[in-house]
Design a protein around this ligand. Structure first.
Ligand code: AFP
Length: 339
């Protein structure tokens, strides 16, 4: 059997991209490796998740005498430890931490602010379905010292890089640093992410719609009308779509990125701002969608235009193929106006 000897590793790809931009200092490159390293460590633990009954569950001590941690706690600590000592980061924020995460004393603060959702979709772990890590990188806006909330509370349009790692049937890292979206698959035999999906683009209109329809009765008339349109009630304007919903944003987004589709988590009467977090989920995914030729809106304005007021603020999200997102906006405008 012939083996491929000419592969592009994540490292080589990022270095090549950096060479194409002579003003780059290499810091962002290294930061992306830091995330990739964290991803490999997290992936190795997730692979063992089904073994908790044998190895011991969260809070228990396993046969090796090690205390078992919950995977989301483990993922959160792994991300922080991969990033906090490098001198590349001035402040961090995580979906799992209430407050800003400061850089440890004695470490020189760097020029990037990083936000992440260490293990998104973690309720899927128990059923062995895909979960992910989402990350978002901004250039600091304060001039020196440790980073502050000002560095973290930036509009998504300011991101310099964003991406996710999907722990699915294979482990993939998908990222953009402003020059397209590129996907890498982890080869577990050599421990390297290899370029498998260069220059990923979304079709203008997709095959799938993804939304938690158990909330249908609590949606606004506009969202209800748009979803009816996707089911085939508006044939003049919208070709009927197929429904797919995993309940794990990374996995739902990833499918729609590859196969074409739209994902929505709108507000409803119970949660007027929806469920998803602007900084850890919506903004990085919106950045990727736009880099792939798609779009993302809260129903009124592009996600990237929203200036956050708080670290954990929620936002309604409509994201995916450009024409499908535009359709939802049109229906919302017709039904509810833009007030
Ligand atoms: P969990 O991390 O609690 O599983 O939530 C996952 C998530 O934030 C996002 O990944 C999904 O798209 C969304 O919630 C699913 O929410 P519903 O279960 O309400 O559909």
């Amino acid at each position: 059997m012939l083996h491929q000897t000419k592969v592009t590793t994540l490292e080589r790809f990022i270095l090549d991209q950096e060479r194409a931009h002579p003003d780059a200092t290499g810091e962002l490159t290294n930061l992306l490796y830091d995330v990739a390293l964290a991803a490999k460590i997290i992936a190795s633990q997730i692979r063992r998740a089904g073994l908790v009954n044998i190895l011991g569950s969260a809070g228990e001590t396993n046969v090796q005498g090690e205390e078992q941690q919950k995977l989301d706690v483990f993922a959160n600590e792994t991300m922080q430890n991969a990033l906090n000592h490098t001198g590349r980061v001035c402040a961090m924020a995580s979906e799992e931490n209430e407050e800003l995460i400061a850089i440890p004393e004695g470490v020189t603060p760097g020029k990037y602010a990083v936000l992440f959702d260490p293990l998104d979709g973690s309720s899927n772990i128990d059923v062995n379905a895909a979960v992910g890590t989402i990350f978002s990188v901004y250039r600091r806006v304060t001039s020196d010292g440790n980073g502050t909330l000002t560095d973290l509370l930036q509009a998504g349009a300011n991101q310099v890089a964003a991406g996710y790692v999907m722990y699915g049937s294979s482990v993939m890292m998908v990222y953009s640093a402003g020059h397209g979206v590129h996907g890498f698959t982890l080869d577990p035999t050599i421990g390297e992410f290899l370029l498998s999906h260069p220059s990923m683009t979304m079709p203008t209109s997709g095959r799938y719609y993804s939304v938690n329809e158990s909330n249908f009765g609590r949606w606004s008339p506009g969202i209800q009308a748009a979803v009816r349109g996707f089911k085939g009630d508006d044939l003049d304007r919208m070709k009927p779509k197929n429904s797919r919903y995993i309940g794990s944003l990374v996995a739902d987004f990833h499918r729609n990125l590859i196969a074409g589709g739209i994902f929505m988590y709108p507000g409803d009467t119970r949660n007027p701002r929806g469920k998803l977090r602007l900084l850890y989920e919506a903004s990085p995914m919106a950045y990727l969608a736009e880099q792939a030729g798609g779009a993302a809106t809260d129903g009124r304005q592009p996600i990237g235009d929203i200036v956050p007021e708080a670290l954990h603020q929620r936002v309604p999200l409509v994201i995916g193929c450009a024409e499908d997102v535009a359709y939802v906006k049109t229906i919302l405008m017709e039904t509810e106006g833009n007030g």
